[in-house]
Design a binder for this molecule. Structure first.
Ligand SMILES: NC(=O)C1=CN([C@@H]2O[C@H](COP(=O)(O)OP(=O)(O)OC[C@H]3O[C@@H](n4cnc5c(N)ncnc54)[C@H](OP(=O)(O)O)[C@@H]3O)[C@@H](O)[C@H]2O)C=CC1
Ligand SMILES: O=C([O-])CC(=O)C(=O)O
Length: 266
């Protein structure tokens, strides 16, 4: 199998986990050929790590998405933001680059999602939704194929992760409160970078409009807990993932990349 050309857009915390795995040799089927990020020095940091490995190829530090696409990557890891995914997805897919994303909140826009599907199909490319801070896409997809089902998504977060959102005020530092109830579209609109997971679970099951989402703020809570419940006539499943940090999301990209080239696919 030819080694896949890999590029990264959005060189923050989670991208650096992917790079750490790459440096450890956990992604032997890929060459990391390019990086791009809004803050140049962050893309430069990753490119330098790869250059230090003295690989037989160069990791190019790009100044724009266009420059990165010119490198013709087979795969682009998108770890920037839902807004970035919205800008990147169609040009990348047309360019022949498949995408592994953690910012699938952008797909709550059904028209955009349908356009992405149509474009990927036309150009023979794919979009892989990494499992991120949750799991259970297999069960969600299987049951929703099988029969009618109801899906709910409940998140517990500490108040500090809600700072800079409309629901935040200082009383959350001492109280426990339900700060959001609505569907997955409303959730990602109110929390544009924090509930990609809810949109992901909805896309895997009943769709963003049909999934009930709630967010509870708990004073002093460290990490995030995401509890997905799916109920149909025959099946009742609960997928509950607590994670102290968001690192699991970065590692889920590594897992997705490995799955893409593995002879055994999960
Ligand atoms: N699905 C899931 O389970 C999870 C998803 N996420 C999502 O993953 C993504 C990455 O998260 P994380 O690594 O923690 O975030 P960070 O803020 O650490 O990293 C994101 C990086 O992307 C850069 N960036 C933002 N917008 C753009 C853009 N338009 N073009 C290029 N670069 C851009 C940022 O630049 P700058 O340095 O200038 O800010 C930053 O360096 C986010 O979308 C987040 O919402 C996060 C956790 C879990
Ligand atoms: O890390 C988490 O718990 C989830 C998250 O940020 C997201 O879905 O964007």
């Amino acid at each position: 199998m030819r080694t896949k050309r890999l590029a990264i857009v959005g060189c923050g915390k989670l991208a650096n986990i992917v790079v750490e795995a790459f440096i450890k040799g956990l992604l032997p089927d890929y060459k990391l050929i390019g990086t791009f990020s809004r803050t140049f020095s962050k893309a430069e940091g990753i490119a330098k790590h790869i250059q230090d490995l003295e690989t037989s190829y160069k990791c190019i530090l790009c100044h724009s998405i266009e420059e990165l696409l010119d490198l013709k990557p087979d795969y682009i890891v998108e770890t920037a933001s839902p807004t970035a995914l919205r800008e990147l997805a169609l040009p990348a897919l047309i360019n022949g680059s498949s995408i592994i994303t953690l910012s699938m909140g952008a797909f709550a826009d059904v028209d955009f999602y349908e356009n992405v599907k149509k474009t990927a199909l036309k150009y023979g490319t794919r979009v892989h939704l990494a499992s991120g801070a949750i799991g259970g896409f297999d069960v969600l997809r299987t049951v929703s194929l099988m029969e009618a089902c109801l899906v709910t998504f409940e998140t517990k977060k500490g108040p500090n992760s809600l700072r800079n959102t409309n629901v935040y005020n200082e009383t959350l530092q001492t109280e426990e409160r339900r700060v959001f109830e609505g569907d997955a579209i409303e959730a990602i609109t109110l929390f544009p970078t924090q509930v990609n997971v809810a949109v992901a679970a909805s896309l895997a099951s009943t769709g963003p409009k049909n999934m009930k989402v709630s967010i509870d703020s708990i004073a002093g809570y460290v990490g995030d807990d995401h509890r997905i419940e799916i109920k149909s006539e025959q099946v009742h499943a609960i997928i509950d993932v607590y994670s102290k940090t968001a690192q699991i999301a970065g590692w889920s990209v590594v897992n997705t990349l490995r799955n893409i080239t593995s002879p055994i696919a999960f």
